[in-house]
Each structure stands twice: as structure tokens, then as C-alpha cells.
Ligand binder design. Structure first.
Ligand code: SF4
Length: 345
């Protein structure tokens, strides 16, 4: 990557940076709170939340001792409440293990609950001048356009390599360098719509600008083919109840509830054979609806069968329709089957 990128970027940032309330003092507490809020919300929307939060919880010690209800109320509207809970946990850790002083190295900051590589890099570079490039969607988009990088930016190896390349060109003003990238990604080399290449400070070193190829970058996983999976779903019915089960931990949609299912799209004969092999005693089996559900990286094609049982299957959870709707969290991939059961009423 060309060294002049950092000079061009810093000089643009000096003239164009927005005045944001957490930028004044480069205080790690302020930067930390703002970065956690910015993970899920755009800058303009974060500002009022941030101001209210800092007014009520001005420092690490107050955060460590704030009642959880009060904290969550201040967080209300931002969503992802675990992030607020982790802020409190991290503040308690700082009080206990660091005598109330925010740790000053990337490695130590990374040990705090709820702080990942991105946030640790941002705090370490902005507040402690450590040469730790932030790697987020903005940075990956800009770098991949600058260099017309054909690698998939979702791959850890690509992120690692880009991080290494940025380390090589990082100037002494590490925080400004990172903030300039974030700012450029928010206002010039934007994620949606046409980037403002004509006023971009990096257009003289940008391959995508020269070749008008900005819309081809970054290469993302969702631009690749999604993995297609086929499932056969069983709507086991006995008396007034239907069978559901909890999805395993560590899998997509873990801890949510689903109708029992097996991999593969079985036809009616194959379903009957499968039921027999499982020693499931049934009265009748008929074809139900199909459903296609698109996830970020997968597409599920699901085919349902209604199975009227002679007796319940002990290993499954049994619930009435009302109970399933009122008590159990059913992911949207399985909702059409629930609706179909209701419609058949
Ligand atoms: S010139 Fe255009 S594509 Fe290249 S970094 Fe700037 S805004 Fe992005």
C-alpha cells in the first residue's frame, strides 16, 4: 500500500473532521463508551444517547456501581443490551484489577469484557498512540477499493493481511489515522450509493477511481453463492399438542425452538421409511407446505409433513398451539409452518 495514503488522509482529516463530543479530550472512558454505542448505530443518532449517558455516568467508578436497571434505561433505544451489561462488567474489572485506571495497551484493553479487536485498536490508537489499525467495514471497503483487492473481506486472512499493510503505513498520529479512515468511510467512500470520488483525498492513489470499478469492491461473502441446505420438517401431532425441540447450543439459532427436522428433502415414501426406521408409530402422514428461508450465509429449503401420531415421542417437548405462540421463541424460518397449522385449525 502506498505510504502517501497516510499523508493525504491526515491532511484531509485535519480540515474536515467533525466535532464530536467524545473527540475533545481523547479520554479512554469517553472513547470507549462512544465506540460501543457506534457499533450498532450511526454517529448522528449516537450523539444524544452519548451525552445523556455521560451526564448520568461520567466516569468508570460511577459505571461500575450503577444499578443495572438504571444503566439499561439509559441504553434504551440503542438495543443489544449485552453491550451495556459488558460496559458495567468491564468497569468493575478496571476498578478491581487496574485501580480504576483504564488500561493503556492494546493487549490489556482487549482483556476487558465486551471489547473486541476493533474497539481495543480504536482506544489504544486514539488515547495511547499505539500503532493499532482499526479494521471494520469502512476500512475494508476503502482499502479494497484503493487496491482493487480481489480477496473476500469477510475472510480472517484478508483482514489480517490488510491490518498488516496498514501497520506499515501508519503515521505517528495513530488515532487521527484511524479516525480519518472511519470518517472517510462515513462521508466520502460510503457503503451504500455512489462514493464521492471527485472530492476524495485519496482519488490520486485509488485504483477503483482510475478504473471506475468502485462498485465491484469490496468482495463480500454474500456476493458469493450462499450455501443451500435442504430440510424435512415434521409437524408431529398428538391430541391437542405439537412436538417442538430446542436447537442445540453453538449452532445457528441456538436456544430457540423448532419443529423436529432432518437434513435432506425426503419424498413421502422416504418419510414413511424414516418414520419406520425411527420406530415412530403414526396414524397418517400427509405432505405440508414448503418454505425457503434466506440467512446471511445460507439458504434453507424446507419441506413439511403432517404426521398424526398414535402416541407421543418422549424425547420431544409437547405443547398446544397457544403455548407454542405464547411461551416458546420460534425462529422465523419455522414460522410459516406454525401459521399453516393455525390456518388448518
Ligand atoms: S476515490 Fe472513490 S473509491 Fe477510491 S477511496 Fe476515494 S471514494 Fe473510495
Amino acid at each position: 500500500m502506498k505510504k502517501e495514503i497516510s499523508l493525504l488522509l491526515l491532511s484531509w482529516y485535519q480540515d474536515n473532521k467533525r466535532l464530536l463530543p467524545w473527540r475533545d479530550k481523547k479520554d479512554p472512558y469517553f472513547v470507549w463508551v462512544s465506540e460501543i454505542m457506534l457499533q450498532q448505530t450511526r454517529t448522528a443518532a449516537v450523539i444524544p444517547y452519548y451525552k445523556r449517558f455521560i451526564q448520568n455516568i461520567p466516569d468508570i467508578s460511577t459505571l461500575a456501581n450503577v444499578p443495572l436497571d438504571e444503566l439499561l434505561k439509559l441504553w434504551e433505544g440503542l438495543g443489544y443490551y449485552n453491550r451495556a451489561k459488558n460496559l458495567k462488567k468491564a468497569a468493575q474489572m478496571i476498578m478491581k484489577d487496574y485501580c480504576g485506571i483504564f488500561p493503556s495497551t492494546y493487549e490489556e484493553i482487549l482483556k476487558l469484557p465486551g471489547i473486541g479487536e476493533y474497539t481495543a485498536s480504536a482506544i489504544a490508537s486514539i488515547c495511547f498512540n499505539e500503532a493499532t489499525p482499526v479494521i471494520d467495514g469502512n476500512v475494508l471497503r476503502i482499502v479494497s477499493r484503493l487496491t482493487e483487492d480481489e480477496r473476500c473481506v469477510d475472510e480472517p486472512a484478508t483482514k489480517k493481511s490488510i491490518r498488516h499493510e496498514l501497520e506499515q503505513i501508519m503515521p505517528l498520529m495513530t488515532g487521527d489515522f484511524n479516525e480519518a479512515f472511519m470518517e472517510l468511510g462515513e462521508v466520502i467512500c460510503i457503503p451504500k450509493g455512489i462514493p464521492k470520488c471527485e472530492i476524495c483525498p485519496l482519488n490520486s492513489v485509488c485504483k477503483a477511481y482510475v478504473h471506475h470499478s468502485w462498485d465491484k469492491f469490496p468482495i463480500k461473502e454474500d456476493k458469493k453463492k450462499k450455501k443451500e441446505l435442504f430440510n424435512t420438517v415434521f409437524l408431529f401431532h398428538f391430541q391437542e399438542k405439537y412436538a417442538i425441540r430446542k436447537r442445540d447450543e453453538g449452532h445457528l439459532l441456538s436456544s430457540l425452538w423448532e419443529f423436529p427436522n432432518v437434513e435432506g428433502e425426503l419424498n413421502l415414501n422416504a418419510v414413511k421409511k424414516w418414520l419406520k426406521a425411527q420406530k415412530i408409530s403414526y396414524f397418517s402422514v400427509i405432505e405440508g407446505i414448503t418454505n425457503k428461508h434466506v440467512f446471511t450465509h445460507q439458504i434453507w429449503y424446507m419441506k413439511a409433513y403432517y404426521v398424526e401420531l398414535n402416541r407421543i415421542i418422549d424425547s420431544l417437548c409437547w405443547a398446544t398451539l397457544g403455548e407454542i405462540e405464547g411461551i416458546y421463541a420460534i425462529p422465523s424460518a419455522f414460522k410459516p409452518f406454525l401459521d399453516d397449522i393455525k390456518n388448518k385449525g
